[in-house]
Write a protein that binds this ligand. Structure first.
Ligand code: HT7
Ligand code: ZN
Length: 844
C-alpha cells in the first residue's frame, strides 16, 4: 500500500462541469452509464487524464463520441484526451450484491444504497474521485423498485424510472442513490425565505412508527441553523433513508442523507433516552453538513477536520441549546477523554490535520472529529462570540461552492479579527494532549497562577512547540463565594504566570472552567479542596470535575496501595446527590465513576502498570461501599425521580430517569436485584427496561431476563443488538471471552451486519477486565473475528483494531500475547491495506 502525503497535493488536471449518470439496476449486474463534460484546469500544468475506478468491468468508453481503449490499472484508467473541453462517456458493470464492504453501490435487505465517502464513488464508475473536483449531477435510475432516489430535486418520474437533478456542484463523495420498496414518513418545512421543502424519512415497511422523533429533530435542526448561523436549506426536498447495513453512523449526501438505522429509528419501547439524544445529534450533524461540508467542502482528505470538526462543534452547540449546556459539555468531555485522549496517548496519535495516510477511512477518528471540534471551541473562546459569528459569515460568503483548506478557514478569522493565528494553527499540526502543570502563590492580596505546558512526543513528532491555550479561571473565597468571576487567560508561552490583585484571602482556584481547552491539567491539590469545589464551584464542569477527581484518586489509592474506599469521596458524593437544587441529570453524571480504561490510563501515566482485574475489583468494592453509604438516600432518590408523566425523551425526563437508575444501581447491590426485577416487569420504555436488565445481569440474576428479553424482542434487530451487547459488557471478567464466543454461535449473529458485529466483538473490548483477562482468550477471540471480517468488510475490521491500541500500558505477559495476535493478523494472507495500516501502526 502506498502512503499519501499532504505535501504532495497538486490540483486536478481536469475539472468536471456536468455529470449525467444512468443506472440500470440489477443485483448482480448493474450497468452504470456516464456522460461527463470535462475541461482542462487552468490551475494545473498537467494534462494527464486519470480517472479512479476499482472493481469495475468497463464495457465501453468514448471521448467526444469516438470509441477509445483506455489503459486500465487496479486503481483506474488513463486515456489520451484533447487539451480542451471534451465529453467522456463510459459504460461499466458492477455487482451490488457481491459488495460486502458496504462502500460504493451495495445491497442491504434487498434495497440498493450507496456509501461514497471517502473514496467509494470509484467503485461505481470511472471518475476523478477527489473532493476538489465538483460537478453538477443529473441521475437517471431505471429499476422496478417502488422508490428510486438520488441527490437534488426530482425532475422526472415514470414507470420503472426516476430522474434527479442536483443544481449544486458537488464532489463525488456526496453522490447517493437508494432504490427499494420503502415507505416514508413525510413532513414539510418552510424556510425563512419562504422555500417550501418536502421532507421524507424512508424506511423498511414496519419501521414507519419509528420515524416521528427523527423528523422532529430534522425540523429543529433546520430552524436552528437558520437562527444561529443564518444558513437555509437549498433544495425542494430533503430525503433521509434508514439502512441496516452501514459502516458508520450516517452520511450527509446532498439532499439524500443515508443513516444507519440505529441512528434514526426510535420509539419509546425500543430506544433508550441516550439513543434518542444521539439520534437528535446525528440528524443535526448530517443536516448541518449541508453548509459545512457540502456547500463548502474539503480540498483533499487531509482537510477532513475542516468539515468534521466544525460540524461536530455545531451539533454540540445545537444539543446544548436543545437540552442542558453543562450536561452536554460534561458528557462531551467524558467521551473526549475516553476516545481522543486515549488515541492521542498511544501509537495511533496523529494531528487534527494528518500529514500522511495509507487509507483515509482509518482517519475518521476521535482526533479529527472531537479534537477538531475542541479546536473550533477554543477559537470561539479566543475571539469571542461576536467575532466568531463575523468570521463564520465571512467563511460562507467567501468560500461558498469551493473546496477549501484549514488555511482558508483560519484566514477568515484573521481577516475578521485582525489576529495572527499562526501559533494557534499548531493545534492542527501537533499531535498529543498538552499537559498543563499549575502551581500558585499568594502574597499581600496578590494571587498568582503559574502555568507550564508540555506536549509529550507522539509517533513521528518528538518535539512540540508551545500552543495557544485559552484557560478559563474563576476564584472562590474561603466561604465559597466567587471573588473573581470567570476570566480568560491566554497562554502562549511554555511557562507563563497570571496575577489577580486585591484579594482579601488566599482563594481557591477553579481552573479550566467549562473545559476551555483539551489539555490534561496537573495540579497538586487535596481532598478538602476538591470537596470544597464540588460544594461551591459555580462552574458546573469544574464542580463535576472536582467530584470526578476525588473518585479517581480514591480508586487509584485502592488499586495501588490497597486503601479502603475514600470517606471524603463517599461523603461528598452523598452531599452532592441529596442537593435537590442541582439538576438530576448533573447529579447522575456526577455519580458516574471513572471507567476501567480511564483508570488504566491514569495508572500508566503515574508510572504504574495497570492490572485490569485489580481495577475491576476496586470499582466493585467502591460501588458496594457507596451503595452502603447511600443506603437511606438511594431508595429516596429512586422514589422521588420516578417519572409520572407520559414518556418523553426530553432533557428533564431523561435526567430524572438517569438519577433514579443511578439509585437503582446502588439498591441492586444491597437487594440482589429485587427492585430491578420489579422495574423490569413494569417498564413501559426501553430506558427503564434496559437499566433493569443491566442491573439484573450485574447482580448475576439475569438468566431469566436474558430469555424473556430475547423472546420479547427477537423481531427487532436494533433491540437484539442491545441484548447481545449487554450480556458481554456485564459478563464477569473470567466469562467475557467465552460469553462472546458463545454469542457468535447464536443464530442471530452475523458477520455481515456491522451493527451486530460491533454489538458482539465491540462489546468484548468494552469490558476491559474481560478483554484483558489473564490467559489472553479475549485477545484471541477478537483477533479471530477481525481476521474473518477483513476480507468482507475491511473498513469496519480496521476500525475495530483500535481495541488493541493501549497494549503497551500492560504487563510483559499481556504485551506478548497481544503482540502475537497483532502479528497473526498482519501475517494473514491478502490482509486489506486498511487493516494492515492500522495493525502496523499499533504494533510499532
Ligand atoms: N461524513 C461521514 C463520514 C463517513 C462515513 C459515513 C458512513 C459510512 C462510511 C463513511 N465514511 C466516512 C459521516 C459524518 O461524519 O457525518
Ligand atoms: Zn460529519
Amino acid at each position: 500500500p502506498q502512503t499519501i502525503y499532504l505535501s504532495d497535493y497538486t490540483p486536478p488536471a481536469f475539472l468536471v462541469e456536468e455529470v449525467h449518470l444512468t443506472f440500470r439496476l440489477n443485483p448482480k449486474k448493474t450497468r452504470v452509464i456516464s456522460k461527463i463534460r470535462f475541461k482542462p484546469n487552468p490551475a494545473s500544468k498537467s494534462r494527464d487524464f486519470f480517472l479512479h475506478g476499482e472493481g469495475l468491468r468497463l464495457v465501453s468508453a468514448r471521448v467526444d463520441g469516438q470509441a477509445v481503449e483506455p489503459e486500465l490499472t487496479d486503481e483506474g484508467l488513463t486515456c489520451a484526451v484533447p487539451d480542451a473541453p471534451f465529453v467522456w462517456e463510459a459504460e461499466v458493470e458492477i455487482d451490488p450484491q457481491g459488495n460486502t464492504a458496504l462502500e460504493g453501490l451495495y445491497m442491504s435487505n434487498g434495497m440498493y444504497c450507496t456509501q461514497c465517502e471517502a473514496e467509494g464513488f470509484r467503485k461505481i464508475t470511472y471518475y476523478p474521485d477527489r473532493p476538489d473536483v465538483m460537478g453538477v449531477f443529473t441521475v437517471r435510475i431505471e429499476g422496478d423498485e417502488k422508490v428510486l432516489l438520488s441527490n437534488g430535486n426530482l425532475v422526472a418520474k415514470g414507470d420503472g424510472f426516476a430522474e434527479w437533478h442536483d443544481p449544486w456542484p458537488k464532489p463525488a463523495y456526496l453522490f447517493a442513490l437508494v432504490a427499494g420498496d420503502l415507505v416514508n414518513h413525510p413532513d414539510r418545512f418552510t424556510t425563512r425565505s419562504g422555500r417550501e421543502v418536502e421532507l421524507n424519512i424512508w424506511v423498511r415497511p414496519g419501521d414507519e412508527g419509528k420515524c416521528a422523533f427523527g423528523m422532529e429533530a430534522l425540523k429543529k435542526s433546520m430552524a436552528w441553523d437558520e437562527k444561529t448561523y443564518g444558513r437555509e436549506y437549498d433544495l425542494d426536498v430533503f430525503n433521509v433513508v434508514a439502512v441496516d447495513d452501514f459502516n458508520m453512523g450516517a452520511m450527509e449526501n446532498k439532499g439524500l442523507n443515508i443513516f444507519n438505522s440505529s441512528c434514526v429509528l426510535a420509539s419509546q419501547e425500543t430506544s433508550t433516552d441516550a439513543n434518542f439524544e444521539r439520534i437528535e445529534a446525528i440528524i443535526a450533524h448530517e443536516y448541518f453538513h449541508n453548509w459545512t461540508g457540502n456547500r463548502i467542502t474539503c480540498r483533499d482528505w487531509f482537510q477532513l477536520c475542516l468539515k468534521e470538526g466544525l460540524t461536530v462543534f455545531r451539533d454540540s452547540e445545537f444539543t446544548a441549546d436543545m437540552r442542558s449546556a453543562p450536561v452536554k459539555r460534561i458528557s462531551d468531555v467524558i467521551a473526549l477523554r475516553a476516545r481522543q485522549f486515549r488515541e492521542d496517548n498511544g501509537p495511533l496519535a496523529h494531528p487534527v490535520r494528518p500529514e500522511s495516510f495509507v487509507e483515509i477511512n482509518n482517519f475518521y477518528t476521535a482526533t479529527v472529529y472531537e479534537k477538531g471540534a475542541e479546536v473550533i471551541g477554543m477559537l470561539k473562546r479566543l475571539v469571542g462570540d461576536a467575532a466568531y459569528a463575523k468570521a463564520v459569515d465571512l467563511y460562507f460568503e467567501r468560500h461558498d461552492g469551493q473546496a477549501c483548506t484549514i488555511e482558508d478557514w483560519l484566514k477568515v478569522f484573521e481577516d475578521a479579527t485582525g489576529r495572527d493565528l499562526s501559533q494557534f494553527k499548531r493545534w492542527y499540526s501537533q499531535a498529543g494532549t498538552p499537559r498543563l502543570r499549575v502551581t500558585d502563590d499568594f502574597k499581600d492580596g496578590t494571587y498568582t497562577l503559574h502555568f507550564e505546558q508540555e506536549t509529550p512526543p507522539t509517533p513521528g513528532q518528538d518535539e512540540k512547540a508551545p500552543q495557544v491555550i485559552p484557560i478559563a479561571v474563576g476564584l472562590l473565597g474561603p466561604n465559597g463565594d466567587e471573588v473573581v468571576e470567570t476570566r480568560f487567560l491566554e497562554m502562549t508561552e511554555a511557562k507563563q504566570s497570571f496575577t489577580f490583585e486585591g484579594l482579601g484571602a488566599r482563594p481557591v482556584p477553579s481552573i479550566l472552567r467549562d473545559f476551555s481547552a483539551p489539555v490534561i491539567l496537573e495540579r497538586e491539590t487535596d481532598n478538602a479542596e476538591r470537596a470544597f469545589l464540588l460544594a461551591h464551584d459555580t462552574d458546573p464542569f469544574n464542580k463535576w470535575e472536582a467530584g470526578r477527581d476525588l473518585a479517581r484518586d480514591g480508586l487509584i489509592e485502592m488499586i495501588v496501595n490497597g486503601a479502603a474506599p475514600d470517606d471524603a469521596y463517599l461523603d461528598a458524593a452523598l452531599t452532592m446527590a441529596r442537593d435537590d437544587t442541582l439538576d438530576p441529570a448533573f447529579r447522575a453524571l456526577a455519580l458516574g465513576l471513572p471507567s476501567q480504561d480511564e483508570l488504566a490510563q491514569t495508572l500508566h501515566e503515574r508510572g504504574h502498570t495497570p492490572d485490569p482485574q485489580a481495577i475491576w475489583d476496586a470499582l466493585e468494592t467502591l460501588r458496594h461501599a457507596r451503595a452502603e453509604h447511600f443506603q437511606d438516600l438511594a431508595p429516596r432518590l429512586y422514589a422521588q425521580y420516578q417519572v409520572a408523566k407520559p414518556y418523553a425523551p426530553d432533557a428533564e425526563q431523561s435526567g430524572a430517569r438517569a438519577l433514579a437508575n443511578a439509585a437503582l444501581g446502588m439498591i441492586t447491590r444491597l437487594d440482589g436485584g429485587a427492585q430491578a426485577g420489579r422495574q423490569y416487569d413494569s417498564a413501559d420504555n426501553m430506558t427503564q427496561q434496559l437499566a433493569a436488565f443491566s442491573n439484573l445481569l450485574q447482580a448475576g440474576q439475569g438468566q431469566d431476563a436474558v430469555t424473556r428479553f430475547y423472546d420479547q424482542w427477537k423481531e427487532d434487530r436494533l433491540v437484539i443488538d442491545k441484548w447481545f451487547m449487554l450480556q458481554i459488557v456485564h459478563a464477569a471478567p473470567e466469562d467475557a471471552a467465552k460469553t462472546t464466543e458463545a454469542l457468535t454461535q447464536h443464530p442471530d449473529f452475523t458477520i455481515r451486519n456491522p451493527n451486530r458485529f460491533r454489538s458482539v466483538l465491540g462489546a468484548l473490548a468494552m469490558n476491559p477486565a474481560g478483554f484483558h483477562h489473564a490467559g489472553g482468550e479475549g485477545y484471541r477471540v477478537l483477533a479471530d473475528w477481525l481476521i474473518a471480517l477483513d476480507p468482507l468488510n475491511p473498513q469496519t475490521a480496521a476500525r475495530m483494531c483500535s481495541a488493541f491500541e493501549t497494549w503497551k500500558r500492560y504487563d510483559r505477559e499481556r504485551q506478548a500475547m497481544i503482540a502475537d495476535q497483532l502479528d497473526r493478523i498482519l501475517a494473514t494472507k491478502d490482509l486489506s491495506p486498511d487493516t494492515t495500516e492500522m495493525v502496523s501502526r499499533i504494533r510499532n
